[in-house]
Design a binder for this molecule. Structure first.
Ligand code: UD1
Length: 422
């Protein structure tokens, strides 16, 4: 298993290109199942997760072609060869579950294993399934599989989610576009990935209004066409490198980033003393010398502070001048990075969904273990700021979501390398 070695203390200076959003790309890939014509996705992140999703699609009969130099993926689902997504292809990553809705909408039935994914809480799929039931599907769970059928087709429905779920909002959209009649989704997620999915589906001929707002209205159509769509810039990658630049006292341009998509983070960074501003080519982050001020925050659905940046922000606050309070409201088990950060000398007290971080004036490098995708990158960030060497083990988590991480940070002056283990 590979590991990443970082020698801390080097300031970051330069430019980091921001790639397409993993979390959007995965749902766009699933959208290819909805049409018999090709879907061409540009600005595709080349990651373990997007490769894995492509493998699952291939097993369902989709023709998959990566055009690596062009960062493009072409998906052609001329025929659906199988409507079964087996356990081995679904357990590793939760987003693979999103093939259920498109298969159900296009083929009238699907059998999809219940999902796995990062160990950051229970993460059930009850909201997804209730949405399909509301659209007229019969749903049964048997031996770990969801068996769904709507043999006479899905029909539009009014669905009010009891709480905001990114995955359930997207999944309901992916099914409702081919349902008979109108669907209204209320209390939906408003993440930029939702609008990205709607833009892509509309380019395929769907009729979706209100994505990014509180209510999404969808008029079902009988079939969708092919389309070309560029994946939205990854706001989590943007935020991660912004925090890395802040931790390593840098001056970095995040090329292609959209500051509106990280507004909650930008506000906190400014409050702690970091400069972050939009420029013509992206977002510039500058950290002056001296210690940062502590800040308090809660994770919330968009436009609030994203749970996917909580670990990274915690790593930054470990060296702030005072006490910060972090409340995780989205997932119940998402502080697994805290004991690892403590190995570098961080002082973090976790109680339930709250963490109190008491800033220390130095961190010292140590071997640490990545526990999940975002947690692992928080350890890299802490390593950039720590004295001496930090070894991050189990980096396969990182490879799920961060493309060319060492190369991007290395090009800005970070002393970071991947060590291959035989
Ligand atoms: C997506 C993102 C993930 C991010 C999360 C929240 C992808 C591939 N992943 O995950 O990186 O951390 O949004 O921004 O896009 N829930 C239920 N029942 C359901 C669905 C969700 O109880 O049917 C709960 C979850 O356990 C969680 C909360 O709702 O506590 C929010 O989860 P959700 O927004 O659905 O997250 P994901 O779509 O899984």
């Amino acid at each position: 298993m590979d590991r990443i070695a970082i020698t801390g203390g080097a300031p970051l200076a330069g430019a980091i290109p921001i790639y397409g959003a993993k979390n959007s790309a995965l749902k766009l890939q699933a959208a290819a199942l909805l049409s018999a014509e090709p879907l061409v996705l540009e600005n595709m992140p080349d990651l373990a997760d997007t490769r894995f999703m492509a493998q699952l699609l291939a097993s369902l009969g989709v023709e998959v072609a990566w055009i690596k130099e062009a960062r493009t993926l072409r998906l052609h689902a001329a025929d659906i060869a199988s409507t079964i997504a087996p356990y081995d292809l679904v357990r590793k990553m939760r987003a693979t579950f999103n093939v259920l809705g498109p298969l159900l909408a296009r083929a009238g039935h699907a059998t999809v294993s219940l999902p796995g994914g990062c160990a950051i809480g229970a993460r059930p799929v009850d909201l997804h399934l209730k949405a399909f039931e509301a659209m007229g599907a019969d749903i049964h769970i048997e031996q770990g599989y969801v068996k769904a059928a709507a043999l006479r087709g899905l029909r539009g429905a009014e669905i009010e989610f009891p709480f905001v779920s990114v995955g359930a909002t997207e999944h309901a959209m992916l099914a409702a576009v081919l349902a008979k009649g109108d669907t209204i989704l209320r209390n939906v997620a408003r993440e930029p990935e939702i609008a990205d999915l709607a833009d892509c589906l509309n380019a395929m001929g769907a009729r979706i209004e209100g994505a990014g707002e509180e209510e999404i209205r969808i008029r079902g159509v009988t079939s969708l066409t092919g389309a070309k769509h560029a994946v939205v810039a990854d706001r989590i990658e943007t935020g991660t490198y912004a925090i890395a630049a802040a931790a390593a006292t840098g001056d970095v341009l995040l090329e292609g980033a959209n500051i509106e998509h990280i507004a909650a983070l930008a506000k906190l960074l400014r409050a702690s003393g970091v400069s972050i501003e939009a420029e013509a080519k992206g977002v510039r982050v500058k950290r002056p010398n001296g210690r940062l001020a502590p800040v308090d925050f809660d994770t919330e659905p968009f436009p609030g502070f994203p749970t996917d940046l909580q670990a990274q922000m915690m790593a930054l606050l470990c060296m702030a001048d005072g006490r910060s309070r972090i409340r995780e409201t989205i997932f119940e088990n998402r502080f697994m990075h805290a004991p690892e950060l403590a190995r570098l000398g961080a002082q973090i007290a976790v109680q339930g969904n709250e963490a109190i971080v008491t800033g220390v004036d130095r961190l010292v490098g140590a071997p640490v273990m990545a526990t999940d995708l975002r947690a692992s990158v928080s350890l890299v960030i802490a390593g950039l700021a720590a004295e001496g060497e930090t070894l991050v083990n189990r980096v396969y988590h990182l490879d799920r979501g961060f493309e060319r991480l060492e190369a991007k940070l290395g090009a800005c002056g970070a002393r970071i390398e991947r060590q291959k283990e035989e």
